[in-house]
Design a protein around this ligand. Structure first.
Ligand code: F6R
Length: 243
């Protein structure tokens, strides 16, 4: 694991965007795995800036998002579809046909999960996966438990996740209880992984992840310790208690 401690959120975002930009320059048809939530917002802003300044071209980039809330339609402002268009896709030249996000309203979730995995496979897997981390160590919506699933699936969100994400919904009761997420297998098969962590609320999980040197389904992100090419970028607040 390569570890970068950035001075602040802005610097973390700049470093992440530069790494993504370099990979796109090396491979213009990069298969890019994307995350939502608060953490990557600054990275998307930087990537949009680079595109607007004519420094980056997304015309051949293929994207696959990690997850979507179950039951939210793409035009629901709280859906990850909506988030991705508003914060990124509406401002860059990723071709609409190259954008992939699980459909939270698919009538047959198992079929949708299978279809999503097949699409990822068709493009040869993820080249570069951007990840945030939950306060409970989840990546994508692979929540702590007795086992972790390898393929895309419908999952129950953990109580910690519902609490953390209530801020996007006004109240915890509004947060969907389930989501479709890619599995640990898809994430671990990504050729390169970029994990971002920002803010004091991520300090405890980052210290646990980086200090423990152990893999456990209770901390899904700990599986990243087994991957060959993971870069962790965290700001000072998230690195606060890491030694
Ligand atoms: C989002 C995702 C989640 C988030 C995590 C952190 O697509 O897969 O794993 O990355 O919940 O969320 P934030 O960045 O809002 O703290």
């Amino acid at each position: 694991m390569k570890l970068i401690i950035a001075g602040d959120y802005q610097e973390m975002s700049r470093i992440a965007a530069n790494i993504i930009a370099e990979e796109i320059k090396k491979k213009p048809d990069l298969v890019l795995g994307l995350a939502t939530g608060s953490t990557p917002l600054g990275t998307y802003r930087e990537l949009v800036r680079m595109y607007k300044e004519g420094k980056l071209d997304f015309s051949r980039v293929i994207t696959f998002n990690l997850d979507e809330y179950y039951g939210l339609s793409p035009d629901d402002p709280r859906s990850y579809h909506y988030y991705m268009y508003r914060n990124f896709f509406d401002h860059v030249n990723v071709r609409p046909e190259n954008i992939h996000i699980p459909d939270g309203t698919a009538p047959d979730v198992e079929e949708e999960s299978r279809r999503y995995d097949e699409e990822i496979k068709k493009f040869g897997g993820i080249d570069l996966q951007l990840l945030g981390i939950g306060v409970n160590g989840h990546i994508g919506f692979n929540e702590p438990g007795d086992e972790l699933l390898t393929a895309t699936h419908l999952t129950d969100l953990a109580p910690d996740t519902l609490t953390a994400n209530a801020r996007f919904f006004g109240s915890i009761d509004e947060v969907p209880r389930k989501a479709i997420t890619v599995g640990l297998g898809t994430i671990m098969q990504a050729k390169k992984i970029l994990l971002l962590a920002s803010g004091p609320e991520k300090a405890a999980i980052m210290a646990e992840l980086l200090d423990d040197d152990a893999v456990s389904t209770r901390v899904p992100a700990s599986f990243l310790l087994l991957h060959r090419d993971v870069t962790v970028i965290m700001d000072k607040d998230a690195a606060e208690i890491y030694k």
